[in-house]
Design a binder for this molecule. Structure first.
Ligand SMILES: [Zn+2]
Length: 290
C-alpha cells in the first residue's frame, strides 16, 4: 500500500507490549517472520497469526487520530483503491436489503457511505480517527468519532454493519465483533473484508517470490477464513460464509497488474472447484448473520 495516503508514520521509539493469543488465550507463539523489525508469530494452539510484541493500545489510538490525509489527491487514491470492493459489496447487500439502517464501522473518510441513497438508507459511520471523521462530516455524513469496542448505539439497531479492512488494525477484534453482535438486528448482516497476507506470502515464496505484505505495526492480525470464522462463532454469529470478491486496486500500475492477474487466476480455481477453494491472498468477503 502506498504510504502517500497516510498523513503520519509510526514512531519506532514507542514501547511495545507482549500479548497472549486473542483467540484462544494461549501463550505459545512460534515465529513466522520478521518484517520491518516487528515479529509476526503464529499461536501453536489455534493457528492465529499476530504481531507480538506490539504497540500499546493508547499509542495506536494516538496514531490513528491523524492517520488519514484529507488532501484531495489522497482521498481519490483511497476511492480508487477501494472502489471495486465497495461497489460489489453494495450490490450484494442490496440483493437482500432494499433499505434500512447501515453502519460502516471504521468508516475512515466515509467513502463507502457516500455511495448509498440517503432517501432509502439511514447511514451511520464510526471511526477512531478524528481527522477522518471531520472530513466525513464536512461531506454531510452522520459519522462520529469513537472506539469501536463500546459504541453508544442501542441493541438490535442496524440492518447492516460493514467493516472494510478494519479488524486487522484492532487490538481486541473479539470485543468489537461482540459489540457488532449487540447492535445488529436479529436478521441483520455483517460484512467483513480483511487481508490474508501471511498465507499469500507463503504462497508466493513457493514460486520463489519474496514479498512483505503484513504491514506492521498497523496490522496486528492476519485472518484466514477459518480463523475469522472462529472469531465470529465466539462473538455469537452462526451463519457465516466467505466468498470470492473483487480485489482492491493498488495505485502503482505494476502492483495493479499483478493483483488483477492473480485474482483472475484465483477466480478460475474457485469456479473450477465448485467454489470450494479460495486461494490464500485472493480478494474475499465474509458475510455473517446471527
Ligand atoms: Zn491461539
Amino acid at each position: 500500500m502506498s504510504r502517500r495516503r497516510y498523513k503520519i508514520e509510526w514512531d519506532y521509539s514507542k514501547p511495545l507490549e507482549y500479548v497472549k493469543c486473542e483467540l484462544c488465550g494461549a501463550d505459545d507463539p512460534e515465529l513466522v517472520t520478521i518484517e520491518d523489525s516487528f515479529r509476526i508469530v503464529e499461536c501453536k494452539s489455534c493457528g492465529l497469526i499476530y504481531l507480538n510484541p506490539r504497540p500499546r493500545e493508547e499509542d495506536l489510538t494516538d496514531f490513528y487520530e491523524n492517520f488519514f490525509s484529507t488532501e484531495e489527491e489522497s482521498v481519490s487514491q483511497w476511492a480508487r483503491l477501494m472502489g471495486r470492493v465497495y461497489k460489489e459489496t453494495k450490490r450484494n447487500i442490496e440483493k437482500k436489503y432494499p433499505s434500512g439502517r447501515i453502519l460502516d464501522m471504521g468508516c475512515g473518510l466515509g467513502l463507502f457511505l457516500r455511495l448509498w441513497d440517503p432517501k432509502k438508507w439511514k447511514l451511520f459511520g464510526i471511526d477512531i480517527s478524528k481527522r477522518a471523521v471531520e472530513y466525513a462530516k464536512s461531506k454531510g455524513l452522520n459519522v462520529r468519532q469513537g472506539s469501536l469496542d463500546a459504541t453508544d448505539f442501542s441493541d438490535n439497531h442496524f440492518d447492516v454493519v460493514t467493516m472494510f479492512y478494519v479488524l486487522e488494525h484492532l487490538p481486541h477484534p473479539l470485543k468489537v465483533l461482540k459489540e457488532v453482535r449487540r447492535i445488529l438486528k436479529e436478521d441483520g448482516l455483517l460484512v467483513i473484508r480483511v487481508p490474508q497476507s501471511i498465507s499469500a506470502e507463503r504462497f508466493l515464496r513457493f514460486f520463489g517470490v519474496r514479498r512483505s505484505l503484513f504491514h506492521p505495526p498497523m496490522h496486528l492480525y492476519d485472518f484466514s477464513p477459518r480463523i475469522l470464522r472462529e472469531f465470529l462463532l465466539l462473538a455469537g454469529f452462526k451463519r457465516i460464509k466467505t466468498v470470492i470478491g473483487k480485489p482492491t486496486s493498488p495505485e502503482r500500475r505494476m502492483d495493479r497488474f499483478w493483483t488483477n492477474y492473480f485474482n483472475l487466476w484465483a477466480q478460475g480455481i474457485y469456479f473450477l472447484t465448485a467454489k470450494r477453494v479460495l486461494v490464500p491472498g485472493v480478494g474475499k468477503t465474509t458475510y455473517a448473520q446471527i
